[in-house]
Design a protein around this ligand. Structure first.
Ligand SMILES: [Zn+2]
Length: 397
């Protein structure tokens, strides 16, 4: 955004080494995977993908390029500790070894599961993924390179194809913590927006709002930096008009392309800049109320902007001018218009505005507050005390 005196501070930036983007580009999967290994562990997520023949076509493309594939299916929920441990044991039991690669096709949950398994197959010091999770495990770290991965997202949302972490959930005890290592960034990302055409309307809305929340939170984060901010601005300019169209008509090709690209950018941005309070609370809502991640982010987004508006006024005012057709003379008015517009966007794509409307019980707020203090919250521009968080959640109930 604004760089006083043209100053650019110290930063580091990383991203997947190779990104292939384009409608129908999944036909390139075999050629790409062949550069990673001769044997692939192929993890696929959605039953729809399997039924539609897309996973078979992917396996054929691998075989045609000389890559043999052993297939596994991911469960239809965000990865839990046992899901990761089971998949790692399965792959190890079937002979997974250095020199193999992982090809994962699915939504954010499937890609997260694949990233965690690809890392743990080669890191054998622990008995469970828990041993590697901050704060709950034995403090083990990923020291060996994971199996190299080709990530093929089928939803436009989490951007996990471009990040270095995998979000792992547990319900007893309740936590949602990332397995994290710079080495976990997928080696190759293949984004084929045509794969998102069959995503149902509600999932399109949730995942798309996740991408928009990630773009906004990364852009405003305490750790915001020039390259991620540039990606965020481009992502928001594309996603802002495209999301309602993608929700309205799943076959709208330009809208699907814009959302797929924006989601990828959101992953690259958050991997470098972190997030904020919407994602902090979304993790807690996932664990305690089983709220889908994107829905939780979307419900929290207007409140997250309001909480930070005074410490990020100039950035929000600039965004307002970038995204909205009408601009206002006063900075404060521009910010107010932007927050109103985010609320309208949520309404337009079917996101409720109150926590009780997504199944949160009032007495659960006491549990949500401590569970919101993950790594996401640490990126929030303003430090929030437990009392402030509780007040915020009470006001949204
Ligand atoms: Zn997210």
């Amino acid at each position: 955004m604004r760089y006083p005196d043209g100053m650019v501070n110290t930063y580091t930036f990383f991203a997947p080494p190779q990104i292939v983007f384009g409608w129908g580009q999944r036909s390139e999967a075999g050629r790409l995977a062949a550069t990673l290994g001769r044997h692939a562990w192929l993890l696929s997520g959605s039953r729809t993908l399997e039924r539609s023949g897309i996973v078979d076509a992917l396996a054929d493309s691998l075989l045609a390029a000389g890559v043999t594939a052993k297939r596994s299916s991911a469960p239809a929920h965000e990865p839990e500790v046992a899901d990761v441990d089971d998949l790692v044991n399965d792959w190890r039991g079937r002979g997974a070894a250095m020199g193999d690669c992982v090809v994962a096709i699915g939504g954010g949950s499937t890609l997260d599961l694949a990233k965690a398994a690809a890392a743990l197959v080669t890191n054998r010091q622990g008995n469970s993924v828990v041993d590697y999770l901050d704060g709950v495990g034995r403090g083990l770290t990923i020291t060996e390179p994971p199996l190299p991965m080709l990530a093929i997202p089928t939803t436009a949302g989490t951007g996990t194809e471009a990040t270095k972490n995998a979000s792992i959930s547990s319900y007893a005890p309740p936590f949602k913590i990332s397995l994290r290592s710079d080495r976990m960034v997928p080696r190759m990302v293949l984004v084929d927006p045509e794969l998102t055409v069959s995503v149902p309307r509600d999932i399109t809305a949730y995942t798309g709002m996740d991408a928009i929340t990630q773009l906004l939170e990364s852009l405003l984060s305490k750790r915001a930096a020039p390259i991620p901010q540039a990606l965020c601005r481009q992502g928001l300019q594309l996603a802002w008009p495209a999301l309602p169209r993608a929700v309205q008509d799943g076959g709208d090709r330009p809208a699907r392309e814009a959302m797929a690209h924006a989601a990828l950018l959101s992953g690259m941005a958050l991997a470098n800049s972190g997030l904020g309070v919407a994602h902090g609370v979304a993790a807690a809502l996932g664990v305690h109320c089983r709220t889908p991640h994107g829905l939780a982010c979307a419900v929290m987004l207007p409140a997250a902007l309001r909480v930070n508006r005074h410490v990020r006024q100039s950035e929000l005012a600039e965004l307002s001018a970038l995204l909205l057709p009408r601009t206002y003379a006063a900075e404060e008015d521009r910010v107010a218009a932007l927050i109103d517009a985010v609320e309208s966007l949520c309404r337009e794509v079917g996101i409720p505005s109150r926590l009780r409307d997504i199944g949160v019980r009032r007495e659960q707020i006491a549990d949500l507050v401590p569970s919101s203090h993950g790594s996401s919250l640490s990126g929030n521009p303003r430090d929030l005390s437990d009392d402030e968080l509780r007040e915020l959640l009470e006001s949204m109930w």
